[in-house]
Design a protein around this ligand. Structure first.
Ligand code: ATP
Ligand code: MG
Ligand code: MG
Ligand code: MG
Length: 561
């Protein structure tokens, strides 16, 4: 490929809304362009990287006998009603209606679809195990789409699902996926940490997350010399279970007749009873925070800031919320229009979510009910963040922490979906049993950001060879010089024939700009044909080195191969 023909508009400056080094470099290098918050187009360079990651993932899936399929992105609501997740999934689910006003979702994940697919076709344990995967777009209306491809609203995921007649068969397949995921990261050449994870909204029994280590990773990982490693959510959950018997399971919701009134709370919030209060619990750098915002608005960082400034927003730590309002965290609002209120409880605060669901299930419907006045939650204060230095749940030694980017997540789902959706097979004895499932996600597009977060320097991206958009860039310093032009084309042909993917920088711009772009877009090796070509010398510079190596080509290009 000639650079003069490549559609790769590079930029000197990153756009103001690029909030992390990886997305800054990806935009500046002409890899991607933002269309809307969390929605991106991939330009040729970005698409090449995406395809390379996809290929590695595909090869490792095929190697463990998983078979590729393609399922629809648009999924009928009926299937999600069967599992209850149409209601449980919350505002992250993108919903739509067709012309007949039937509801659909743009799939955030595919457990329902695949369970449905197989329940009509699978009959006997003899057909099991089965392992299927797809590589397709997923849609999640993330509350805070940010960090470019890392937390986007449309993203490419590899999602695999396995079906078994026995738990031991699931264990075996789960191990294979564990191995394949480690191999994917090793092949790309990234430092990573596998941690025990909380299975969150997907549900299930055992689960591991594969995290690329990076300073600005969104996940906090805790690990210990004894080999134990877990996401902070999981470690927190375990610690609570151990130290406080049943602290999570036993959250009691008790009516409290004499708590604050709607008016008092409204006054504090400076909202009228007609306003809608959205509450958001999120994990800030110093712990859990709660934000309350007036109006039925999308929350994002700049709105949060603005709302804070004009004081329509209250931000407080859990203890402050309790002190100020006499209401436990997460339970201020709804006031006024109950249907439109969204309580978004990060599932990391598991107890709170249980409590919200519990409150709803036990008939505390939100209309006319003021949580805190009408009920409160005991032991919410047991929800403490686990941090560095806290005792390891396995051996008690102080744990260390690291930041990571979750790129892969594997779950043992068990029979959660087959039970809810009537997925049966007959076992050896002829009995009908629910098939046992596993599911395995990989964020293909997020991996791009994770790579750049880990591998960059002040000049740009440093792609590992396995996923680089091109292997070699041949920089013809002055393309108008007939010897440079002839030799660089000759070199380009030789390298291409030898199986390398080569980008020939034949643009009529200054050498400085060429070098800058080459560093920015991060191609692993640069071969420069410049002034010294007259003496039969070219420069070879790996992207990771500061100084080039001079190589003589007097006897031809063989020395370069
Ligand atoms: P997170 O904790 O970051 O929100 P998740 O646990 O919700 O991710 P999963 O449901 O486990 O995500 O999905 C499988 C994989 O899909 C994740 O490990 C991640 O690599 C990728 N992924 C999830 N959400 C996004 C997103 N908003 N943008 C890009 N990739 C994503
Ligand atoms: Mg998520
Ligand atoms: Mg997660
Ligand atoms: Mg996950």
């Amino acid at each position: 490929m000639r650079f003069s023909q490549l559609y790769a508009p590079t930029l000197k400056e990153a756009p103001a809304d690029a909030d992390l080094i990886s997305i800054k470099l990806l935009v500046r290098g002409g890899f991607v362009r933002k269309v809307a918050a969390g929605i991106y187009s991939f330009l040729p360079l970005g698409f090449r990287v995406l395809k390379k990651i996809e290929d590695i993932v595909r090869q490792e899936m095929n190697a463990i006998g998983s078979q590729e399929i393609l399922m629809p992105i648009i999924q009928p609501a009926e299937l999600w009603h069967e599992t209850g997740r149409w209601d449980d999934y919350g505002p992250e689910m993108m919903r739509m209606q067709d012309r007949h006003e039937r509801f659909f979702t743009l799939g955030p994940t595919h457990e329902e679809i695949i369970t449905h697919l197989l329940r009509n076709e699978l009959n006997s344990y003899k057909q099991l195990p089965v392992s299927l995967y797809q590589i397709a777009m997923k849609y999640r209306d993330e509350i805070r789409p940010r960090f470019g491809l890392m937390r986007s609203r449309e993203f490419l995921m590899k999602d695999a699902y396995s079906f078994h007649g026995s738990w031991s068969s699931l264990d075996e397949t789960y191990k294979q996926f564990y191995g394949a995921y480690s191999k994917i990261l090793q092949r790309i050449g990234l430092e990573f940490l596998v941690v025990e994870a909380d299975s969150g909204a997907i549900g299930g029994n055992e689960s591991h997350e594969f995290n690329v280590l990076a300073d600005y990773g969104e996940s906090t990982l805790l690990y210990c010399d004894c080999g134990y490693a877990a996401s902070d959510e999981k470690a927190e959950y375990l610690l609570q279970e151990e130290s406080q018997e049943g602290a999570v399971a036993d959250l009691k919701i008790v009516p409290t007749p004499n708590s604050r009134t709607v008016d008092e709370v409204s006054a504090f919030l400076e909202v009228t009873s007609r306003d809608i209060v959205k509450s958001l619990i999120y994990k800030g750098r110093k712990g859990y925070y709660m934000a309350l915002i007036r109006g039925n608005e999308e929350l994002n960082e700049s709105k949060l800031k603005a709302a804070l400034e004009d004081q329509t927003l209250v931000m407080a730590t859990p203890q402050e919320v309790l002190d100020l309002l006499g209401v436990p965290i997460g339970f201020v609002g709804p006031i006024g229009l109950p249907k439109e209120v969204t309580i978004i409880a990060d599932h990391t605060i598991k107890g709170l979510k249980n409590a919200v669901c519990g409150a709803l299930k036990e008939g505390y419907h939100y209309s006319g009910v003021l949580p805190g006045r009408d009920f409160k939650i005991d032991s919410w204060h047991d929800l403490k963040m686990v941090t560095e230095g806290d005792p390891c749940p396995k051996c008690g030694a102080p744990m260390k922490s690291a930041k990571g980017i979750e790129v892969g997540h594997i779950f043992k789902l068990g029979t959660k979906y087959s039970e809810k959706m009537n997925g049966y097979v007959t076992d050896e004895k002829g009995n009908s049993i629910h098939y046992i499932m596993g599911c395995y996600g990989w964020g293909v597009s997020r991996t791009i950001s994770a790579i750049v977060e880990q591998l960059h320097d002040e000049n740009g991206i440093i792609w590992p060879l396995a996923v680089a958009p091109f292997d070699i860039i041949v920089t013809a310093v002055n393309i108008k010089d007939p010897i440079v032009s002839e030799k660089s084309i000759q070199l380009y042909d030789i390298l291409s024939e030898a199986g390398f993917e080569v980008l020939l920088d034949d643009r009529e711009i200054s050498p400085g700009m060429k070098f800058k772009d080459a560093d920015l877009i991060g191609i692993p090796v640069r071969i420069t044909l410049g002034k010294k070509l007259a003496q039969g010398i070219v420069e070879v510079k790996p992207r990771t080195e500061k100084k080039p190596l001079e190589v003589s080509i007097v006897d031809g290009f063989d020395t370069l191969l």
